[in-house]
Every structure is written in C-alpha cells, then in structure tokens.
Design a binder for this molecule. Structure first.
Ligand code: TRP
Length: 339
C-alpha cells in the first residue's frame, strides 16, 4: 500500500475550505493507502503564539479530524510533540545535510520573515521558523512517505524533503540500499478551491477580514445557511461557471459540486435560469446536510475527551514503532556508535 503522510497545524478552527480542499482527501485516501496524519504542534510554535490556546487547539484539532472522518482503525493519527524526541532528533541529523542557503531561499520562510520585519506578524524571526522545513522533512521521511497531500503553498517544502532524503541516501547509504524514500507532493484533482463568500477572488481563510465570508465547520445550520445566502454575487441572473466574470457564483457552484458529488455542468443545467435565490438556497441546504454528520460526531467526541486522548496515545505509540526504527537506522548510517 502506498504510504501517505500529511500534517496540519493546530491553529484556529477548521472551515469549509479546509474540509473540501484537503480533509475530504485525507479521509478518502484511507480507503486504499497507508495513511499517517499528524497535528504539527511543534511547527505551530515557530511564530508568536499563545501557550494556553495551543493546548486547547491541539485537542480541538484532533476532535475535528476525527469528526470529519479520519478513522483511527485505518489511519494513524498523532500529535507531533508526543514524538518530539524522535522528530526533534531526526531534525538535528537532517540539519547537518541541509544547506543554509537552501533554507534561506524557501519562499514561505522569506514571506513570513518579511511580514515579521514589516511588523505585520508579531514576534521575531526565530531559528525555529528558519528550520521549519527541516522538521517537516523529518515528519515526512521518518515514515517513508511516498505521497504527501498538501496545498500548493507546501510544494517547495516537499521538494526540499525530497532533496534532503536523496542527499542523505547518496552520502550515507550503499547505492542499492537507500534508507529514505523520496516523497512526492500530491494535489488531489478532486480538491475543491473554496473562496471567501464575501471576497470570492480570495481563498477562504481563517485570516479573512470578515467572518461572514468563512463557513466554520461547526457553524450552526441557521448561521451557515445565512452566510451562504448572503454570499457576494455579480449583478447578473444566470448561474454559470466563469471564475473571471462570475467569481461568486462559480465559487458556490464549486461548493455545491463538492458537497453533492455532482458535476458542475449538471448543476448549471439544473439552476442556470432559476435565479440566484433558488440556487443559493440549494447550496445552503447541501452544506447544512454535508456538515450535519460532522457536527454530530464532533458533539459526541467533545462529550468524551478521554476517548480522543486514548486515540492520540494509541496513534503516537504506532507512529513511534515506525519512526524510531527509521531514526535508529539513520544514526547507524551516519556512523554513530550505539555503545
Ligand atoms: N507545513 C505544513 C502546513 O503548514 C504542515 C506540515 C508539517 C506538513 N509537517 C508536514 C504537511 C508534513 C505535510 C507533511 O500546511
């Protein structure tokens, strides 16, 4: 079975964009792949953060992931810091085969460092922020992941992981017995690009200027239906897919398509000339139905935090079985004396 690894930071609440853009694929990949999913709390501390919120968000993220359908029977779900010894030590080893220049030119580092220096993000440009991609490399290659489902913004990080893995193999392993698998970023074709309901040319994002544009996974049905019915649309009347001319309507078509599994062309035929009101109501209803079971499952799990903790402890134990072996092999290959 193809090995898959992905990670998500425990920051903020999940929204419809996270769900339809990424997490539905996490769930679908469990059917035919060996999946490991990680809540990357060690990555979350590379910029200014609130320690009390971190703890709460970590457990909340785990609850959310389980609610959307990450299935601990079929996938491994764990919290990165529970394996901080393994991931941290692996990061140190990999630091020593990573070029300073290679990290300095990482686009995400440059962007965040610029924002911190401009005073637009709090805190300092930490060494942790600089080293972030090497920790991510450790995450991926400790589990011999072949596929890494991520958004476009993570493409460079996965490429770096591939380069570091290859360099390590070349430098420390016999040619016919490389230790690390070379990972590849995948961007599943089915992933929906969900845009902000109020500013439909921007992606739906937790840093949006107004909460009205963002559908939270746990928004009450009446609230989320209202957000969808108030979505910004153009002044025309036809329901037609055209990202340039009709960004708002196109976004809603994409959401309805993702929520129902129906083709966009099919939806255009059904709603084309029935007016925006009818169409928006249909989208609102579909999203309410899509999120209903997620919200029910969330409520169940939130009422039983011991169950979530047990799942995470079990996930960490299983993740350790794999990653501690890889780490020991890497140390051996690098020539450390085991005593
Ligand atoms: N950097 C990723 C993000 O912000 C999260 C992440 C950490 C990750 N480790 C990973 C993603 C390993 C994929 C694989 O989205």
């Amino acid at each position: 079975m193809t090995r898959v690894f992905s990670g998500i930071q425990p920051t903020g609440d999940l929204h419809l964009g996270n769900y339809l853009g990424a997490l539905v694929n996490w769930v679908a990949m469990q059917d035919d792949r060996d999946c490991t999913y990680c809540i990357v709390d060690l990555h979350a501390v590379t910029v200014e953060y609130d320690p009390t919120a971190l703890r709460q968000r970590t457990i909340e993220m785990a609850t959310n992931l389980l609610a959307v359908g990450v299935d601990p029977q079929r996938a491994t779900l764990f919290v990165q810091s529970h394996l901080g010894d393994v991931h941290g030590e692996a990061t140190w080893l990999l630091n020593c085969v990573t070029g300073f220049g290679e990290l300095r030119k990482q686009p995400q580092f440059k962007e965040k460092a610029d924002r911190i220096e401009a005073g637009d993000l709090e805190g300092q440009v930490s060494v942790g922020l600089f080293d972030y991609p090497v920790l991510q490399t450790a995450d991926i290659i400790l589990y011999h992941a072949e596929e890494v489902p991520v958004g476009e913004d993570q493409r460079h990080h996965v490429e770096l992981a591939r380069n570091i893995a290859q360099r390590f193999n070349h430098r420390f392993c016999p040619e016919d017995a490389p230790l690390f698998t070379l990972p590849q970023a995948i961007h599943p074709a089915a992933a929906a690009r969900v845009m902000d309901l109020q500013e439909p040319t921007n992606r739906m994002s937790k840093s949006a200027s107004s909460p009205k544009g963002v559908v939270g996974l746990l928004d009450e049905p009446a609230r989320l239906a209202k957000k969808i019915r108030s979505a910004v649309t153009d002044s025309g009347t036809d329901v037609r897919y055209d990202r340039q001319e009709k960004a708002g309507i196109s976004n809603l078509l994409e959401v309805l398509s993702a929520a129902t599994g129906r083709e966009i062309a099919d939806l255009e035929r059904e709603y084309g000339d029935r007016g925006y009101g009818v169409f928006k109501s249909a989208v609102a209803e579909a999203v309410v139905e899509l999120l209903r079971p997620v919200q029910e499952r969330h409520a169940e799990l939130a009422g039983d935090p011991g169950e979530v903790e047990r799942i995470l402890a079990d996930g960490a134990a299983r993740a350790r079985e794999v990653s501690s072996v890889t780490l020991a092999e890497a140390k051996d290959a690098m020539g450390f004396w085991a005593g």
